[in-house]
Design a protein around this ligand. Sequence first.
Ligand SMILES: Cc1cc2nc3c(=O)[nH]c(=O)nc-3n(C[C@H](O)[C@H](O)[C@H](O)COP(=O)(O)OP(=O)(O)OC[C@H]3O[C@@H](n4cnc5c(N)ncnc54)[C@H](O)[C@@H]3O)c2cc1C
Length: 406
Amino acid sequence: MYEKLPVPFGLVRYGVAPDHPEVKNVINSFSKIAKQKNFRFVGNTSLGEDVTFRNLQNAYHAVVLAYGCSEDTILGIKGEDLKNVLSARKFVGWYNGLPSEKTFMPNLDCSTAIILGQGNVAVDVARILLSPIDELKKTDITSYALEALSSSKIKTVYLVGRRGPFHVAFTIKEFREMTKLRNVKTVLNSGQMQGLDQLLQGVPRQRKRLTELLIKVSQAEQVGDKEFVPLFLRKPTEIQGSTSIEGVKFVINKIDNNLEGKVSSTEDTDYIPCGIVLRSVGYRGTVPDKDIPFDSKKGRVLSNSGVYSSGWINTGPVGVILSTMNNAFHQAALLVEDMNSNKLDTLQSKPGFELISNILSQKGIQAVSFEGWEKMDKVEIERGKQLGKSREKIVDIREMLAIAGE
Ligand SMILES: Cc1cc2nc3c(=O)[nH]c(=O)nc-3n(C[C@H](O)[C@H](O)[C@H](O)COP(=O)(O)OP(=O)(O)OC[C@H]3O[C@@H](n4cnc5c(N)ncnc54)[C@H](O)[C@@H]3O)c2cc1C
């Protein structure tokens, strides 16, 4: 398994929120596999830079591309390039210690934040912005993020979507957690919930329960100094400001068909003043090497005999860890099927890691083994202990490599 970063686990380490440690327990299952004799982790090795797709094909009978979707979708509206209009992906990378985002530094010196998007990533970002700081202190959130969040002036976080409450992409567990945050009230306009109860018959159970909770919360009396405000049927058209952001202009949508989630624009507009905007409208797959068979419209790898893909670069950037793992098991079964029916030409021997190892040595690249990661893991846990946290992540690649090479 070749990995661009010196450490394994992808978005389980760098995406999953620090206050959801139980979700990261899947790392234990990954580590068990990594310790099998016939598995090799090769970190700090980037496909398309350090090794090419052709190098891998020359070395192995089958190549599985599982490099995820690491770009974010943009809105393409005026003002999107203003300072403090930020990508939620980068913001998450920043608080989670992704080396490339360690200097990201959002400006939290304003009272109102607008998050554009209503998926679980958007809710994660809202929760991190509004959580009492002592609830984050013990997690593996990076120290620099903790420091910045401690002096944050943000009191109100809007979570804005272009469709209605019946079509939010976040799930019930994440929303319920928001409604229980200490000192935070969830403000839902009950007018926006009108007629929803009549749609509930026959809809899947999870959607029904989530909609019932939205209706209930919209009717409940709430207290708290800070506010979480989900807003529906608003399409952003412009982010206004000059040197800093002043606010976001929206066109108000109307629902054409609530069951199908069809909406269209009206003539009406809305404007919300704010000092920071976080864009959370989805991820995008890219192609790191021109020889990879790739559908650039869909942003996905095209599989064929000997070339397989798995995870988000196979399915598109949707789904949780469980669905991603199920996809991986399915792709592995396809590979085994091809191998058993001799489609992979395994009679001709291939050099495997030896070839790649030579290429990496020639280029002077320090590959990191799983034992190298385990050394970093120990150091991170130890540093965390000293700070009363579960872990303090190392964010500097040179430092990671120095520890791995010890
Ligand atoms: C912010 C966020 C929060 C999430 N929270 C949850 C949650 O709480 N619960 C849940 O179940 N799911 C959650 N998910 C979803 C979950 O993270 C994904 O389903 C899963 O990680 C996708 O796995 P993947 O292997 O396809 O991609 P990734 O996890 O992104 O792994 C891809 C790996 O490929 C590496 N890579 C990229 N380019 C190259 C290259 N050129 N060469 C070599 N290596 C490369 C990357 O560094 C990365 O390690 C979250 C997702 C995000 C974005």
